[in-house]
Design a protein around this ligand. Structure first.
Ligand code: URA
Length: 192
């Protein structure tokens, strides 16, 4: 068995573990689990907060309005295609009404995220919003203080930026900062 095959099998296995997970209550109200999607060999992994209504319908991450903004940022930068990135969330089941996941839900779901990251072994992780940034960096500062730099002394690099839903609300000034954070994450992911 090649390394690649066992890696994709492991990611598929984690998706099954997510589908049958009952560690928190979120599985009771969701329509579909959203384990994540993209390249299992990605150098860059993007982590959002949790699935919204569109993602819950389709079982895929970032397919709604926030996903469209993320697509625009990826396409404008032009160095990586969305299909070359692995995209996932801190929690894999939709929190009712799109509320922020609770600390206990994040804690229960974190093993799935860490298992995905340990399998893919990206060079850089881009966190979208404070839930992902705080969960993965272990730092509690507000996002304005976390964004725009590498938060990890070790590998993988961890870069935080605003959540696309905030970019949609605030418009161009925030989207420009997101573009620059995305470019930093790509350069850490692809640089020598
Ligand atoms: N918001 C998120 O945080 N994740 C998604 O997948 C969609 C919207």
């Amino acid at each position: 068995m090649s390394d690649d095959l066992s890696k994709s099998q492991r990611i598929e296995q984690i998706a099954v573990e997510i589908a049958i997970c009952q560690r928190c209550h979120l599985h009771e109200s969701r329509k579909n689990p959203v384990p994540g999607a993209g390249d299992y060999n990605a150098r860059l992994v993007i982590v959002g907060e949790g699935p919204g209504a569109w993602e819950d319908e389709q079982g895929k991450p970032f397919v709604g309005r926030s996903g469209k903004l993320l697509d625009q940022i990826i396409e404008k930068h032009g160095v990586l295609k969305r299909s070359e990135i692995f995209i996932t969330n801190v929690v894999k089941c939709r929190p009712p009404g799109n509320r922020t996941p609770m600390p206990e839900e994040i804690k229960m779901c974190k093993d799935h995220l860490i298992a995905q990251l340990n399998t893919i072994r990206p060079r850089a992780i881009l966190c979208l919003g404070s839930t992902a940034a705080q969960t993965l960096s272990g730092q509690t500062s507000p996002l304005t203080r976390l964004r725009g730099r590498n938060l990890s002394g070790l590998k993988p690099a961890i870069v935080a930026t605003y959540h696309p839903s905030y970019g949609l609300r605030m418009g161009e000034p925030v989207v420009k900062l997101m573009e620059s954070d995305f470019a930093l994450a790509c350069s850490l992911a692809l640089g020598a």
